[in-house]
Design a protein around this ligand. Structure first.
Ligand SMILES: Cc1cc2nc3c(=O)[nH]c(=O)nc-3n(C[C@H](O)[C@H](O)[C@H](O)COP(=O)(O)OP(=O)(O)OC[C@H]3O[C@@H](n4cnc5c(N)ncnc54)[C@H](O)[C@@H]3O)c2cc1C
Length: 640
């Protein structure tokens, strides 16, 4: 195995710098519209940006569609069969197509249902509870697949050509490669323009392409080399899945989501017309990130669905299972879990609803809110489902099939746990989400103090930056000392929830101060203090969830029950926030860095002895094989 010292230090630094540059270029640097999340990290609780909530559009067609979808899921989808066969049957896929479920957000002008995002989320919640693999199928197609980037960035001709097809055809998004996970700077797939600029030739291997095994159309991210007339860079292309030179080499199987058709897709000299390029050369990652601004809400929808489902199972089981003379739900240890599941489920729904309505209203910049929603929902729903498994005891660990075989209700709690685990990894792992959000959280500081902390900036630039920063902080810092959160009547219009919003307001100012202290202490090295930044972001996520809960509890037709749940969530969330604040400066981070380095340097290798040799033969990452290989489209082979 390669030792850490063996990796050339300079090379590591250059690679890290390149990765940062690519991420920075992909980032939307402008803030043209107001942002609740940005203000929150600056110490300003702009509750007016989410309260009153934008009126959710009530669509008669949307309600009718959801009703048809519900009936379909209840009568035509056997979630356990999908789990058993590791396969979503053709009848289910075709039935979903007939219902319009592949074109929920595609405008009617192009043959779709043209529904707002909140209906898309509600649809995902229905199919996700039938079987989460169906949720993954629909969201890989509609959140990151062809329709959304074409709708947002395509030319009219591309919209006319592809959107009607996307209503009935399946699409996939191909970014990841064997050597490219969280770090697109290493992207190796090439798109070389031909001499007259009319087409590109694509070569590369794409890993873990959800829907890749059965897709009709693909969005492929490939690097165009810089050359005369070509600005080059990572670029997005729509590619026909059956184009000459495309092979699907493996159907990957996972811990969960057994029904998804996820492949390794090889592109060998695939010729793609230039008219299939989405946006400009070099805009691929920006397009992917912007698409994800709203696309990221599909995972929160699936997480909310899993939590609602967990709440129901937890309630029914805990009131019926009697141990030690009482229903287990009456034992305090289990009651605590039920309370956590109920309060968290409410918050997940609130975050989804608020973020979804903000997305539909399209008035504000919601990149931070959507990212916070993704991070918060995937982390918290994982804990919810884990607690459900604990509440179910041994039955939580037993498969639904086994339970049913011995005459008990086939509750797939263990499957839900397995299916939910990936949410913390894909569409931005939690670690990457924290970095991404932290970058936005410190943006104000970087934009005023950037040159002060840039080792490459000359003295003149540093002096100018210092003057700019001085002016900014002279106004900003005093504003963090007092606020509405300290006024006993502050947020009075929120009734019993006002005290929580006062807490959020105070915590937001405290958070901004901590970011400032972090900036002052570490300056340009702050980006390496990932654990510090992670806690900053986690606090922000809790504050957003509390704000959303308070606003959602009082919206539309909510009643006292919603106020009680919001109150319970805020009380739980406040404890987590206090804990996170406490750990900002009192932690074992420095010790952990030392220990991790020692581990990587094999100092404690003796600790691994006494068990069977864990090393399994084979390379960590498969070498890309040159040339084409046999097409093995699993789906085609089976269907004939
Ligand atoms: C079931 C499934 C479906 C998928 N579907 C698709 C799809 O449809 N299309 C597609 O393109 N991809 C897809 N992916 C790929 C998925 O998006 C990646 O797995 C994800 O981006 C993480 O990349 P990686 O697995 O290579 O992990 P790596 O990037 O190698 O990361 C490994 C670990 O290190 C952490 N890490 C990495 N960089 C940093 C850093 N700078 N700082 C701190 N921590 C860091 C990560 O968070 C992670 O914990 C899918 C994956 C799976 C398993």
């Amino acid at each position: 195995m390669t030792k850490v010292e063996d990796v050339h230090e300079d090379e590591m630094r250059v690679n890290a710098e390149q990765a940062r540059q690519v991420a920075e270029q992909a980032r939307e640097s402008r803030w043209d519209r107001e942002s609740f999340g940005k203000e929150l990290f600056l110490g300003r609780l702009r509750i007016d940006l989410i309260d009153p909530l934008p009126a959710g559009e009530i669509s008669v067609e949307g309600e009718a569609f959801l009703e048809r979808l519900r009936v379909f899921c209840e009568t035509k989808v056997d979630g356990q069969k999908i789990e058993r066969d590791a396969w979503i049957p053709d009848e289910v896929i075709n039935g979903l197509k007939d219902l319009g479920a592949f074109g929920i957000k595609i405008p009617r002008a192009y043959g779709g249902l043209g529904l707002p995002a909140v209906y898309y989320h509600r649809a995902l919640m229905l199919v996700g509870t039938a079987n989460p693999s169906i949720g993954a199928l629909l969201s890989a197609h509609q959140s990151i697949g062809v329709p959304q980037p074409v709708k947002m960035f395509g030319t009219e001709q591309q919209k006319q050509e592809f959107l009607p097809r996307c209503v009935r055809e399946i699409t996939a998004f191909l970014l990841t490669e064997p050597d490219v996970g969280s770090d697109p700077a290493r992207l190796a797939t090439r798109a070389v323009p031909n001499s007259d600029g009319s087409s590109y030739t694509l070569n590369g291997v794409k890993l873990w392409t959800t829907n890749g095994v059965l897709a009709d159309l693909l969005v492929v991210m490939a690097r165009v080399p810089e050359s005369e007339g070509h600005r080059g860079g990572i670029t997005a292309f729509v590619v026909e899945a059956d184009a000459e030179g495309i092979t699907v080499e493996n159907r990957n199987t996972f811990l969960g989501l057994r029904g998804i058709e996820n492949g390794v897709t090889r592109l060998h000299d695939v010729v793609v017309p230039a008219t299939n390029r989405i946006g400009r050369e070099g805009d691929g990652l920006k397009i992917a990130l912007k698409t994800l601004n709203t696309g990221r809400l599909s995972l929160p929808a699936l997480c909310t669905a899993a939590s609602k489902w967990s709440l129901r199972i937890a309630r029914e089981w805990s009131s019926q299972r009697v141990q030690w003379g009482r229903p287990i739900g009456e034992h305090e240890a289990i009651a605590g879990k039920i309370s956590f599941i109920a309060a968290t489920t409410f918050a997940l729904e609130a975050v989804l609803d608020v973020s979804g309505r903000l997305a539909d209203a399209d008035r504000h910049d919601i990149r931070i809110e959507a990212a916070l929603a993704k991070l918060f929902s995937t982390e918290l729903s994982w804990q919810v489902v884990d607690e459900l498994v604990q509440i179910r005891g041994g039955r939580g660990y037993e498969t639904a099939e086994s339970l049913a075989a011995r005459g008990e209700r086939g509750v797939p709690a263990e499957q839900m746990l397995r299916d939910m685990r990936i949410n913390r990894i894909f569409e931005g792992s939690s670690e990457i989400m924290r970095l991404l959000i932290a970058r936005e959280a410190v943006d104000a500081h970087l934009s005023v103090a950037g040159d002060i902390i840039d080792p490459k900036a000359d003295l003149q630039h540093k002096a100018r930056a210092a003057a700019r920063a001085g002016a900014f902080y002279a106004r900003w810092l005093p504003s963090l000392l007092t606020g509405k959160g300290q006024v006993p009547s502050g947020f009075g219009e929120h009734g019993p929830l006002a005290e929580h919003l006062r807490f959020v307001e105070r915590a937001s100012r405290r958070l901004a101060r901590q970011i400032f202290y972090g900036m002052s202490r570490w300056q340009g090295r702050l980006e390496h203090r990932q654990l510090f930044l992670g806690r900053i972001v986690d606090i922000g996520a809790e504050l957003y969830a509390m704000s959303a809960s308070c606003v959602y509890a009082r919206s539309d037709a909510q009643d006292d029950s919603a106020i009680e749940l919001a109150d319970a969530f805020c009380n739980q969330s406040r404890r987590r926030v206090e804990h996170l604040f406490g750990r900002l400066w009192r932690n074992t981070d420095a010790d952990d860095r030392v220990l991790a380095r020692q581990v990587l340097e094999n100092r404690h290798q003796w600790l691994e002895e006494g068990v069977l040799d864990a090393s399994i033969d084979g390379p960590w990452i498969a070498e890309a094989q040159p040339g084409p290989s046999q097409r093995q489209n699993h789906r085609r082979i089976v269907s004939g």
